[in-house]
Design a protein. Structure first.
Length: 243
């Protein structure tokens, strides 16, 4: 690959949604990039990542990528198709910019659409030099607000998407020396809550809603609403006997 003509592509993690938790490295990448690209559910809707960018750099324009967030294999295929169509439509704009920042909530390597963007560029044979700027994951932000110590000694962490299904979540909960973090709860929150209660791990479990925003709520699992948004985060703490 001729890297002299390659697009410099920053995958920029913006953290949980609070502009104060965006790193200096992320801000520098946004300032350096000629073009900022942000995922959104709908083309006319300002996504959460774009909201953070607007607070940090209100004068910058943002090019939106409308990406469906439906769960399951069909959703994955739809996301790949949409991102590739976006690349095909905008490749001249990307190449003319020379440097682009694809922004994402949390971290670009944790359940992020950034990988789809890199994959689509490669599939279209567009030279690219990617660089990942890490961000604070939502679960660490939630843990900092609710626990004194998420993990200690030889304790473990399981990070599971709610879309993985009941069996995968049950397997994680069986390890009682672990904390369990669950993302992507919108589609089956009721089933996940019932499972946690049935396995005796409800005590201390919290749900974070709209983290990093003015509408942020941190709720005990027992008090959570019947339905939660896509960006909800749940932490089941380690069961520490005698402490």
């Amino acid at each position: 690959m001729d890297t002299t003509s390659a697009i410099r592509l920053y995958g920029v993690g913006l953290g949980p949604g609070d502009p104060l938790l965006v790193t200096l490295a992320a801000v520098r990448a946004l300032e350096d990039a000629a073009l900022i690209i942000a995922p959104t559910s709908h083309a006319r809707q300002v996504g959460r990542a774009e909201q953070v960018v607007r607070e940090l750099l209100p004068d910058r324009e943002v090019l939106r990528v409308p990406i469906p967030m439906d769960p399951g294999d069909v959703g994955v295929l739809a996301r790949r198709r949409v991102v590739r169509e976006f690349i095909q439509q905008h490749h001249l704009v990307l190449e003319a910019a020379g440097s682009c920042a694809f922004v994402t909530l949390g971290d670009p390597v944790l359940y992020s659409t950034f990988s789809l963007f890199v994959e689509a560029l490669s599939a279209e044979r567009i030279p690219v030099t990617p660089e990942v700027i890490p961000g604070i994951p939502a679960f660490l932000s939630l843990a900092s607000l609710t626990t004194s110590n998420l993990l200690d000694n030889d304790e473990r962490l399981h990070l599971v998407p709610g879309t993985a299904g009941v069996r995968a979540i049950r397997d994680a909960l069986c390890d009682r020396g672990s904390a369990v973090v669950i993302y992507k709860l919108a589609s089956n929150f009721a089933a996940v809550r019932s499972l946690i209660a049935a396995m005796g791990r409800q005590e201390g479990t919290v749900v974070g809603l709209e983290l990093g925003t003015d509408q942020m709520q941190i709720i005990a699992l027992a008090d959570a609403p019947e339905a939660v948004p896509y960006f909800a985060t749940l932490i089941v703490p380690v069961q520490r006997d005698g402490r």
